[in-house]
Design a protein around this ligand. Structure first.
Ligand code: ATP
Length: 146
């Protein structure tokens, strides 16, 4: 299966760089699936899940928003923040979720609703990615994989 180069970077680090078959990203206008030889494109991303397919393997990452650019030679995701499942601190994400939900529920006078909603989406994306990994590990164990 043909591949293309995918690089995911944040201001702090390179999160991912490899040749992949597909990436599916949370574009602001909806889910965006990129295959090899996609036309050049630049779009903003919402907080959500990134799915990468490579050699039959599926890798999920949480992304906090940013930009995706399809260049002729590679696809670059410049993310505000991005973590692989194994890097996510579940307790921290749950606390962030509870904090954002409480703000949206209690409407304190200083509430910035769109900021709280974005924080909620980031935490939900992180928890979803962790949950996918947990389920995968469980099913791999069930099938006797290491
Ligand atoms: P919090 O309120 O817990 O800081 P946040 O959504 O506001 O969460 P971000 O601004 O998206 O955090 O990210 C700041 C930095 O912290 C980034 O480097 C990001 O990768 C990291 N980060 C945030 N939450 C987690 C988490 N649950 N597990 C691991 N790293 C995290």
């Amino acid at each position: 299966m043909s591949t293309f180069r995918l690089e995911i970077i944040t201001a702090e680090r390179q999160v991912f760089a490899d040749d992949v078959n597909v990436v599916v990203a949370p574009g602001i206008e909806g889910e965006l699936g990129i295959l090899p030889h996609h036309a050049p494109l630049m779009t903003m991303l919402n907080p959500g899940e990134l799915l990468i397919r490579k050699d039959g393997e599926e890798i999920y990452l949480a992304v906090s928003g940013g930009f995706l650019e399809v260049r002729p030679d590679k696809v670059i995701i410049l993310a505000d923040a991005c973590e692989r499942a194994e890097e996510i601190d579940i307790e921290r994400a749950e606390q962030a979720k509870r904090r954002a939900e409480k703000r949206l529920r209690t409407h304190p006078p200083e509430l910035d609703a769109s900021r709280a909603e974005a924080a909620l989406r980031r935490s939900l994306a992180r928890l979803k990615v962790v949950e996918r990994r947990r389920r995968k590990l469980k099913s791999d164990l069930g099938r006797g994989h290491s």
